[in-house]
Each structure stands twice: as structure tokens, then as C-alpha cells.
Design a protein around this ligand. Structure first.
Ligand code: NDP
Ligand code: 8X3
Length: 251
């Protein structure tokens, strides 16, 4: 029997697709996010599979909430976590640095960087005990190259990239794999969140080309997680065919 995949940000986009893909491959799931009703709907959709699905409602920015949520999982769940997918994240706003809004900056840094740290710190002791496990960090192409107006989001994803490489060193003695996945533009709720509900602007991000779909990222996570024990993919940069780098999209 497969162990548990702990997926943050499982209420939408990549996280939801990763949860569905891994569930179909027989993984049990711990699905986390703030919107419990979305997690419950996902769990119901997976009802036909003979897997266990644990729902965790938490805001990754709140360390106490994260620690309590992980500590509250049953022992047989904690001790069988095989994969942690640090996926919860967001961009808020896009524009020149001097026009940035401090609250947007804080939301991005607190979620993308500090949230990922809190979840990792809470889960790693269980992976260490097993001397086995895999952490998949969902970074971004924005963590490889900056682009106009991307400043703080790009900085937060550069931090994720650096943390993935650091974790790889810290955790290698325990047989724990770390994979950094850096996708380019993908059509999810990401742009609706970034542009604060401005549907027209959000839609325009994906017009004139075929962007990545959440399922593409899920397939990549599944591929990386199902390699032989002695093989670890450290880093993946993936874009749709029309995107050459973080600022050149052919439309
Ligand atoms: P979505 O907006 O579709 O999903 C984001 C998920 O993150 C939701 O499940 C949301 O759940 C969760 N989340 C956000 N903030 C918090 C929080 N404070 N606490 C807990 N959960 C939170 O976006 P994507 O699926 O596109 O994004 C997933 C990841 O991929 C992010 O890290 C993003 O930066 C990254 N990424 C996205 C790309 C894209 O073009 N879409 C490309 C490259 C990387 P809820 O609101 O219920 O809490
Ligand atoms: C999301 C992709 O290009 O909007 O990480 O930064 S991009």
C-alpha cells in the first residue's frame, strides 16, 4: 500500500490536480488549504477510490495553526507520509517596485516563503524517522529569472529555489529527496488572485497561446515521485511550448 501525499493548496489549481493524480495512482492523501468546503468537495470526488483522505484546514502563514494541524494527524498517518508537496502560494499585484503595496508584499512573502518553511519544519521530522520521503516544492520560472513588474513574487520564488537546494543538502543524509518544480504560465485561479478578481485582466494572461494546464504539473510531480529509490530529479523548469523564458511568450 502506498503512503500519504501531503499537498498544500489542494483546494484549487495545481494542488487539486496533483491530489487527483496521486489519488488515482493509489496514494492516500492529506489535503490542506483554507477553503474547507473545496477540500470536502475534492474528497467526495475521490470517494470511489479505496484510499484515505485527510482534510487539513490551515493558513500556511500561521505557524501555530500549521504545527497544530500536523500534530493532530493520527500517528499512523504521520508515520506514513511519503511525499510533501509544498504548493500553496500566490502572486498579488504586478507592477513597478515603487508602486508596490506592502500588504501584497507581505501576503506573498508570508505564504510563499514563510508558509513553506512552517509546513516543511512540521512534516520533516516524520520523514526523517522513516529515513525516506520526498519533498516537492512548487516554485516558478519566476524563481529562475525575473520579469517586469514581478519583483516581490520573483524574489519569493527565488527564495523557494534556494530553499529547495538547501533542503537537498540538509536532508540527503536521511534519504529524503527534494525536487524543485518551476512552471511557467499555467491557467488556474492564479491570475484571478494576482489581479484581485479582475476577470478581464486575468483572462488576458492566457489569450493567444495554449498555457500549461494544472494536469501537466500534476503529471510531472507524479513522474518525479515515481522514480527508483536511487534517482532524484533535483530541478525541473517546465513551460508551455509557446513560452521560451519568464518574459518571452510567443503569441
Ligand atoms: P491557485 O490560485 O489556483 O491555487 C492556489 C492554492 O494555494 C489554493 O489551493 C489556495 O487555497 C492555496 N493557498 C493560497 N494561500 C494560502 C494560505 N495562506 N494558506 C493555505 N493555502 C493557501 O494557483 P496555482 O495552482 O496556479 O498555484 C499553485 C502554486 O504554483 C503557487 O505556489 C504558485 O505560485 C505556483 N505557480 C503558479 C503558476 C501559474 O502560472 N499558475 C506558475 C508557476 C508557479 P485556499 O485559498 O483555499 O487557502
Ligand atoms: C507564475 C508564473 O510567469 O506569472 O509563477 O510568474 S508567472
Amino acid at each position: 500500500m502506498k503512503g500519504y501525499a501531503f499537498i498544500t493548496g489542494a483546494s484549487a489549481g495545481f494542488g487539486e490536480a496533483i491530489a487527483e493524480t496521486l489519488a488515482n495512482e493509489g496514494y492516500n492523501l492529506i489535503i490542506a488549504a483554507r477553503r474547507t468546503e473545496r477540500l470536502e468537495a475534492l474528497k467526495s470526488r475521490l470517494n470511489h477510490l479505496s484510499i484515505d483522505v485527510q482534510i487539513v484546514t490551515m493558513d500556511v502563514r500561521n505557524e501555530a495553526e500549521v504545527t497544530t494541524a500536523v500534530a493532530s494527524l493520527a500517528e499512523n498517518v504521520q508515520n506514513h507520509i511519503e511525499i510533501l508537496v509544498n504548493n500553496a502560494g500566490l502572486a498579488v499585484g504586478r507592477g513597478p517596485i515603487d508602486q508596490g503595496i506592502s500588504d501584497d508584499w507581505e501576503r506573498m512573502i508570508d505564504t510563499n516563503v514563510k508558509g513553506l518553511l512552517y509546513v516543511t519544519k512540521a512534516v520533516v521530522p516524520f520523514l526523517k524517522m522513516q529515513k525516506h520521503g520526498h519533498i516537492v516544492n512548487i516554485a516558478s520560472i519566476a524563481g529562475k529569472e525575473v520579469y517586469p513588474g514581478g519583483n516581490v513574487y520573483c524574489a519569493s520564488k527565488h527564495a523557494v529555489d534556494a530553499l529547495s537546494r538547501s533542503m537537498r543538502i540538509d536532508l540527503v543524509p536521511y534519504g529524503i529527496k527534494v525536487t524543485n518544480i518551476a512552471p511557467g504560465a499555467a491557467e488556474t485561479e492564479f491570475s484571478m488572485v494576482r489581479f484581485k478578481g479582475d476577470e478581464q485582466t486575468a483572462k488576458s494572461v492566457y489569450e493567444g497561446y495554449k498555457p500549461l494546464q494544472a494536469e501537466d504539473i500534476a503529471d510531472t510531480v507524479h513522474y518525479c515521485a515515481n522514480l527508483p529509490e536511487h534517482v532524484c530529479i533535483n530541478s525541473v523548469v517546465m513551460t508551455c511550448t509557446s513560452q521560451a523564458n519568464s518574459f518571452y511568450l510567443y503569441k
